[in-house]
Design a protein around this ligand. Structure first.
Ligand code: GLA
Length: 374
């Protein structure tokens, strides 16, 4: 494959700023962020990079190495129009900035990413946050990291049309690879929770891409809103384990949807305690419980992902496994004994590839080789 063109080749001059942002894997706390609940993402090594140079007019010209065949795409700032394609993400970012009273000028940008697309690792938030950081640097925009995250979410909710929560842009804006970010999505308070020394993570993609804007994700959001209306609460976050009996009286499937959110919030808090206390067996157990809840109550898993989790459970060095991200495809995150994540993930991928008819890929640890991590 021809390597994609460099910035100077595309735009005839060098970039003036460069910025980047990571993908993320959520350890636990799924479909809780749009319910005012708790999440626990951590950054992955894969990142999206944006090189950018300002222009004297209102044109935004962008090239993405993920869509190299598209060449340079262009839009006029102030006249954004939906395309249903990747260009909607940068257009959404410009619209969100303008709605916030911020008006960067035109620019040329080259985007390059190794965050896999459609794998539940938040490639879209990595793109939005990297672009916002590049624009912040180039146009001296007065936006802090929290604001960057909110603008990323706004771009996606408003222009792209995916009603995603705040977790992914916050993780792209604030998370690192050493500590998970415990976020209370109601207050946006966050704390860093180091991964216990005895464990490491692996991420395996199922080979089946998801698409949130496709309606399933938005349908779950709507079900949560219906459950709130029937229960007379503003957000499912307002409920706790004591309310499970009331929740059970909701019509099907709202009872199971609400039960997932309430029990998942409790699992995030328990996971933070387990991480702080170094109780890695308990942490692993919470991963499995979270997966079962997403599969049975929230119904966002698919048989192939369930199969990956079952294969992981059969590995002696795996302590826990679960679907990560929005679901309907995507990836699983494995919690394994230190030094064993890579080997365990490879064994799971090999069994899956033999028996499922799909191709799993070990995405984290990246660059697996004997003697490295795993
Ligand atoms: C997607 C969304 C997030 C979150 C997860 C599910 O990744 O972007 O906001 O809702 O799904 O936890």
């Amino acid at each position: 494959m021809r390597p994609s063109p460099e910035f100077a080749e595309l735009f005839g001059r060098p970039p003036v700023v460069e910025a980047d942002a990571p993908g993320r894997v959520n350890l636990i706390g799924e479909h809780t962020d749009y319910n005012g609940g708790f999440v626990l993402p951590i950054a992955i090594p894969q990142r999206t990079r944006v090189q950018l140079a300002t222009r004297d007019d209102d044109q935004a010209r962008l090239f993405s190495s993920d869509f190299a065949a598209d060449g340079v795409r262009e839009f006029t700032i102030g006249s954004e129009a939906q395309t249903g394609e990747w260009l909607d993400y940068p257009q959404g970012v410009l619209v969100a900035l303008r709605d916030a009273g911020l008006r960067p000028g035109g620019f040329d940008a080259r985007v390059d990413s190794d965050v896999p697309l459609g794998s539940g690792l938040s490639s879209s938030a990595a793109f939005e946050v990297a672009l916002l950081r590049a624009l912040r640097a180039a146009f001296a925009l007065p936006i802090d990291d929290l604001r960057v995250a909110r603008l990323g979410q706004r771009a996606e909710n408003g222009f792209v049309g995916a009603q995603v929560g705040i977790m992914d842009p916050l993780a792209a804006s604030l998370a690192d690879e050493q500590s998970a970010l415990f976020i209370d999505t109601r207050t946006l308070d966050y704390r860093r929770v180091p991964l216990p020394r005895q464990v490491e993570l692996a991420v395996l993609s199922s080979g089946i891409a998801h698409a949130h804007a496709d309606g399933d994700y938005n349908a779950r959001r709507y079900e949560c809103e219906q459950a709130c209306a029937l229960l007379g609460v503003g957000e499912l976050r307002d409920l706790g384990l004591d309310d499970l009996a009331r929740i059970a009286a909701l019509p099907e499937p709202l009872d199971r949807r609400a039960r997932h959110v309430v029990t998942e919030n409790a699992r995030v808090l328990a996971a933070v305690d387990a991480m702080r206390g170094g109780d890695v067996d308990q942490l692993g157990k919470l991963f499995y419980e979270s997966h079962a809840s997403m599969r049975d109550d929230y119904e966002v898993s698919i048989p192939e992902i369930d199969f990956l989790v079952d294969l992981a459970r059969a590995e002696a060095d795996v302590l826990g496994a679960r679907l990560t991200g929005g679901g309907f495809g995507g990836s699983v995150v494995l919690l394994a004994r230190r030094g064993r994540a890579g080997a365990a993930a490879r064994a799971v991928a090999a069994a899956y590839n033999r028996r499922s008819g799909h191709q799993a890929a070990v995405l984290v640890p990246i660059g697996l080789s004997p003697g490295r991590r795993g």
